[in-house]
Design a protein around this ligand. Structure first.
Ligand code: SF4
Length: 227
């Protein structure tokens, strides 16, 4: 077969697309990149239903966008940091392609993920901010413990704590899996459920090797969408 005939038979590849709830520019409110101007890419959909979820508006709806369009929109904001979040971004199987392309474009890329879906395909240049769900979330049974083996030193584990019982669970998990030897561990109080000072004092009393954090965007914007 001649080369022209071969070329004619190749159909154009359909654009790789993702369903997006919002893309916006704000201040990173948590984890290691806290305080940096950041572009957030919020993917639509999540298979979990944490009791205290603050992004339920991302469960449904959204718009399909080609990954190259998403990159163009991110570039328009002119920030060095990009956070891919949700929902649960890894629930869309093309999410790792977006992550890789953002890294290739030279951004500092982070991924916020529930810890319930396999993170093995995530580009190692991405800083994973991975939850471990404590019992009061209602989703503790979804923790995919094999994910701990895919954490790199620049990643972060986050445990959101809604009660003293959650705290004791988290303290036990840190000890059992020596989590602080894998990466940074963050304990964060559920807004309105645990007094932040109470959680800080528990951490100090137990000399835990974890980092206390409060969500900066809640202080700045009271969790309004788009921030
Ligand atoms: S994993 Fe995240 S987005 Fe999904 S329900 Fe839990 S808190 Fe909400």
């Amino acid at each position: 077969m001649g080369s022209d005939a071969g070329a004619a038979s190749v159909a154009p590849m359909p654009a790789e697309r993702l369903r997006i709830t919002e893309i916006f520019h704000s201040i990173q409110g948590e984890a290691d990149a806290i305080g940096w101007p950041t572009v957030f890419v919020r993917l639509t959909g999540c298979p979990l239903r944490c009791v205290w979820c603050d992004t339920e508006y991302s469960f449904h709806g959204g718009q399909w966008h080609a990954i190259d369009e998403i990159l163009a929109e991110v570039a328009r904001h002119g920030a060095r940091h990009v956070c891919v979040t949700g929902g649960e971004p890894l629930a869309q199987k093309r999410c790792p392609i977006l992550l890789r392309k953002l890294c290739d474009a030279g951004y500092e890329v982070s991924l916020e993920t529930s810890g319930a879906l396999d993170v093995a395909a995530v580009d190692p240049r991405v800083r994973k901010v991975m939850d471990l769900k404590a019992p009061d979330s209602g989703e503790s049974a979804r923790n995919l413990w094999s994910n701990l083996d895919h954490l790199l030193p620049h990643d972060q584990l986050k445990i959101v704590i809604a009660s003293r019982a959650d705290y004791e669970w988290a303290r036990g998990v840190v000890a059992e899996h020596a989590l602080e030897r894998r990466c940074m561990v963050l304990f964060s109080p559920v807004h309105g459920a645990v007094q932040p000072r109470e959680l800080a004092e528990w951490i100090l009393a137990d000399r835990l090797p974890v980092r206390f954090q409060m969500q900066l965007h809640k202080l700045l914007w009271n969790d309004a969408p788009g921030h």
